[in-house]
Design a protein around this ligand. Structure first.
Ligand SMILES: *Cc1c(COP(=O)(O)O)cnc(C)c1O
Length: 400
């Protein structure tokens, strides 16, 4: 027996990523101005961020952050259960619960941590978590950390979900799905899943990282847009770092479940509270998101305009009605080439490659926001047409 050398394994893995065009590099932003981002000394129009409502730099949000930092400092001080729970946190939790029309909300440092917390505090070895195959990585890892059985069904396939639940009738079960799928932009069949969860006595958990702020009345998200409430969806995740332009997350839903999380979830108990200043920024952002419907209206107009333009140009967009508009490239190299060509024209659209998406499904994940102007979208469409022409992607049928 020879102990494997980690350094050698790491080097081999890096070479393999290199050979497959799968190295991942960070780009450093030096300045931001709305949808504009300065990268390597050049201004690009950002079409791959998640600031869907354009709130991340809103003066009211930034003022709230600065004002709260001046009063309460920059740190979180301690965990919520020790001495870190602040009145600003409580106010944000109340605002979130009021907005989403649920009894309770509980803050987390990030959506990733919140997902780990939910599955870990609800499920153990004998239980099962049934998930859509395209769920976010944090939900998959959360189930693994919970130690429960993880059963995945084909994307959007309610029948598949039924089969998975029926196969384990004696296990306590959570049915977990993204509300809006993060790399595809399509919306889960929540009404059907809710019926199924009820019939199978499973708890339906919806990760609405990309629906919150964007979909439904007052931007209450995919659950509200589907006409569902806490009776059908006892817990849902809202992240504060996407449409709400801040950072962190909240699990929202039934009072009993939220209380259970607060007392038992390890990623809640053993971590420092988010800084009150950050909670103040998120609170201001939620209030703006609720009130300023025009942001969602403008976003919807941009989505419709972009899709119509892409269709005219024969661009292989995936079917999506949300701000996430993926253009399927298939091959990793094609996706990278497209991304580079767009950058030369002044647009920032990152190439998304496996393992973030399945093999052969590399894509440009184009995202639209309320901050994008019509002219910028038209210029992007023209650049996409030219880049797709060069890459031989035009006219290819977009398949789901
Ligand atoms: C971004 C995202 C998360 C993680 O949220 P963070 O606050 O960024 O950690 C969880 N689920 C989905 C579907 C996401 O897109």
């Amino acid at each position: 027996m020879v102990r494997p050398r980690l350094e050698e394994r790491i080097a081999a893995q890096r070479m393999q990523r290199e050979a497959l065009s799968r190295r991942r590099v960070r780009r450093t932003v030096t300045r931001r101005d709305g949808v504009g981002a300065e990268v390597d000394g050049r201004w690009l129009v950002d079409f791959c961020g998640n600031d869907y409502l354009g709130l991340a730099q809103h003066f009211v949000v930034v003022d709230a952050l600065q004002d709260a930092a001046a009063r309460h400092g920059s740190g979180g001080i301690a965990s919520h259960l020790v001495s870190g729970h602040h009145a600003v946190h409580a106010a944000l939790e109340r605002e979130l619960a009021d907005w989403l029309q649920v009894p309770a909300a509980l803050l987390f440092g990030s959506g990733f941590m919140a997902n780990v917390a939910v599955l870990q505090s609800l499920l153990g070895d004998d239980d099962v978590c049934v998930q859509d195959r395209l769920n976010h990585a944090s939900l998959v890892d959360a189930a693994r950390l919970a130690g429960c059985r993880l059963r995945r069904y084909p994307h959007g396939d309610v029948e598949g979900a039924i089969r998975q639940l029926r196969a384990l009738p004696e296990s306590a079960a959570v049915l977990a799905t993204d509300g809006v799928f993060s790399m595809d932009g399509d919306i889960a069949p929540l009404r059907e899943l809710a019926l199924l969860a009820r019939a199978q006595h499973a708890l339906l958990y919806v990760d609405d990282a990309h629906g919150a702020g964007v979909l439904g009345p007052e931007g209450r998200g995919s659950v509200a847009a589907a006409g569902l409430d806490v009776a059908q969806v006892p817990l849902r995740l809202v992240t504060l770092g996407k449409a709400l332009g801040s950072h962190g997350a909240a699990v929202c839903g039934s009072a009993d479940l939220v209380q259970h999380l607060a007392e038992t979830a390890r990623p809640y108990i053993y971590t420092t509270a988010m800084p009150p200043a950050q909670a103040a920024a998120a609170l201001a952002a939620v209030q703006l998101a609720r009130r300023e419907q025009w942001r969602r209206d403008k976003l919807q107009e941009s989505i419709a305009h972009f899709r119509a333009g892409a269709r005219q140009r024969g661009l292989p967009l995936l079917p999506s009605e949300t701000p996430i508009q993926p253009l399927l490239c298939g091959d990793d190299r094609a996706a990278l080439a497209m991304s580079r060509a767009l950058e030369e024209r002044g647009f920032w659209v990152a190439a998304i490659r496996p393992p973030t998406v399945p093999e052969g499904r590399a894509r440009l994940r184009i995202t639209l926001g309320a901050g994008h102007e019509r002219m910028q979208i038209d210029a992007l469409l023209q650049a996409l047409e030219d880049a797709a022409e060069q890459a031989g992607l035009r006219g290819a049928a977009a398949t789901a």
